[in-house]
Design a protein around this ligand. Structure first.
Ligand SMILES: Cc1ncc(COP(=O)(O)O)c(C=O)c1O
Length: 397
């Protein structure tokens, strides 16, 4: 090394062997590639004959550890992590669908998922029916021999409708055991709801939200049986989307996950107080929160979820301008999309997260023009409520 040129030494000098440091926390493997001991070993890794890492789009220790932890928490055989929730969702769909296939999706979906299914899929001759799957008895009417996937959010973004996972899975599988029932578990997290244990086949996540929990990462995840995960890894992730999660983002989510239960308990306790406050205020017309007895699926939520979550949507007894002035009056609650962060976030779905829906589609999906959505944070519940109250009081003036 001493007699090598500066350019060589600045790259190779002092290199330590890469194993056996025994750190408590998984270090960040910020390396796009991994070197081989020999040509034969490289070939064996590529062929899948030997386990190991060779390129971070295919696998990386940070991705592998995070995916395994998420799979364990969701009760799946395997998992994959992605550069965003949409990366996870699109990689999953593109791996499982071909032209001529049929998808049945819930009527209320996150705006970009809706856009993928509504605008994207028809371009590839994939037929989608949007059905109110919160109503038992609806799925049966739309199942066909070409149906490949049933896709739901429960609780749904943004109107908090609840679908009966066990009923939908039983109905779909008795029609055709090959149908994949996919649940977006972003709002609930595995701490509150375990779709795979209720009969679903695949869970997808925007890990941007509660799983990370600190508002500093965009990420996604898919959890399922080993065979499905292998298919999605080798098709959707590897070359359909290449939607790879960086090692640093994996590190942050792994860190956030360690407090998921503690955070969810407080998010949920705060949300119940906020929902109860909103429900008793005469200036609020309607509150959607599965933890209120007034929610049409209160009983189902009690059965299917450990706690009813911390997302609330509500309509004010006023016009569009009234709603806008209410949101603009908020001081503690931040005007922002996304959810599941320590900060309480408030937004207007029709013009923000769900602006991909036409006014007619919004009405069909039960997303009122004036609906507001709150992601209740980890601040003091009393302070969140005081902020909402002052925002309402100042609308009246
Ligand atoms: C329920 C749900 N699923 C999926 C997504 C997409 O996730 P991402 O923004 O991480 O791509 C979101 C984003 O808000 C969401 O709310």
């Amino acid at each position: 090394m001493d007699n090598q040129d500066f350019a060589t030494r600045q790259i190779h000098a002092g290199s330590l062997k890469r194993e056996n440091f025994r750190p408590l926390v998984m270090p960040i493997y910020q390396s796009s590639t991994f070197y081989f001991d020999s040509v034969e070993q490289g070939a064996a890794l590529f062929a899948g004959e030997q386990d190991g890492y060779f390129y971070t789009r295919i696998d990386n220790p940070n991705q592998r550890e995070l995916a395994a932890r998420l799979a364990q928490l969701e009760g799946g055989e395997g998992g994959l992590v992605f550069a965003s929730g949409m990366g996870a969702i699109s990689s999953m769909f593109w791996s499982l669908l071909s032209s001529g296939d049929h998808v049945i999706a819930g009527k209320t979906l996150y705006g970009c998922t809706y856009e993928l299914l509504h605008q994207g899929f028809p371009r590839f001759m994939i037929d989608v029916d949007f059905v109110d799957l919160s109503q038992n008895g609806m799925l049966e009417q739309f199942l066909r021999p070409e149906t490949k996937i049933i896709y739901i959010e429960t609780p749904a973004n943004p109107n908090l409708k609840i679908a009966d996972i066990s009923y939908l899975a039983t109905t779909a599988h008795s029609f055709n055991p090959e149908i994949k029932v996919v649940v977006d578990n972003t709002f609930a997290t595995p701490y509150l709801q375990l779709p795979l244990s209720l009969g679903a086949d695949i869970v997808v996540h925007s890990a941007t939200k509660y799983l990370n929990g600190h508002g500093d990462v965009v990420a996604g995840a898919v959890i399922s049986d080993s065979e499905t995960i292998k298919l999605i890894a080798e098709n959707g992730l590897r070359y359909f989307t290449g939607s790879v999660l960086g090692p640093f983002e994996c590190f942050l989510i792994s860190r956030g996950l360690k407090t998921l239960d503690l955070r969810m308990e407080k998010h949920c306790a705060n949300a119940l107080k906020v929902a109860e406050f909103l429900e008793q205020d005469s200036r609020v017309k309607k509150v959607n929160f599965p933890g209120l007895k007034s929610h049409p699926a209160y009983q189902l939520a009690q059965k299917q979820m450990k706690l009813p979550g911390a997302m609330i949507s509500f309509e004010l007894a006023g016009d569009k301008e009234y709603c806008a002035s209410f949101v603009n009056n908020c001081k503690l609650c931040r005007r922002a999309v996304s959810l599941g962060d320590a900060e309480t976030l408030i937004q207007h779905p029709a013009s923000m997260t769900h602006n991909t829906y036409s006014p007619e589609a919004l009405a069909e999906a039960d997303i009122a023009e004036n609906l507001l959505r709150i992601s209740v944070g980890l601040e003091s519940a009393a302070d969140i409520i005081a902020d909402l109250k002052q925002a309402l009081d100042n609308c009246d003036n």
